[in-house]
Design a protein around this ligand. Structure first.
Ligand code: FES
Length: 92
């Protein structure tokens, strides 16, 4: 299992299966990451991986429409497009 910590939700921490979609876990466990479309279009699920960015998968083209190179360097991702393979902490 991997541990996902929702820093902007009082540090709520939940377990998930490896390669889980970050937004799906957030919805299921009431993690609190904001979202609208769930499909990479609206940009609402923009969030920052504060720890464990190395445990996230490759940045998708859909994310690049909403996130600059600098955003990506700082650890921003779009939760609905991000899968996690290890422990991460996320804020938004
Ligand atoms: S929820 Fe709309 S882009 Fe992720």
């Amino acid at each position: 299992m991997v541990q996902i910590t929702f820093l902007s939700n009082g540090g709520k921490s939940v377990d998930a299966s490896p390669n889980s979609n970050l937004l799906r876990v957030s919805i299921r466990e009431q993690g609190g990451i904001p979202f609208k479309c769930g499909g990479g279009l609206c940009g609402t699920c923009r969030c920052k991986i504060e720890h464990g960015i190395e445990h996230t998968d490759t940045v998708k083209m859909k994310e690049r429409r909403h996130l600059s190179e600098e955003d990506l360097r700082e650890g921003y991702r779009m939760a609905c497009q991000t899968f996690v393979s290890g422990d991460v902490s996320v804020s938004w």
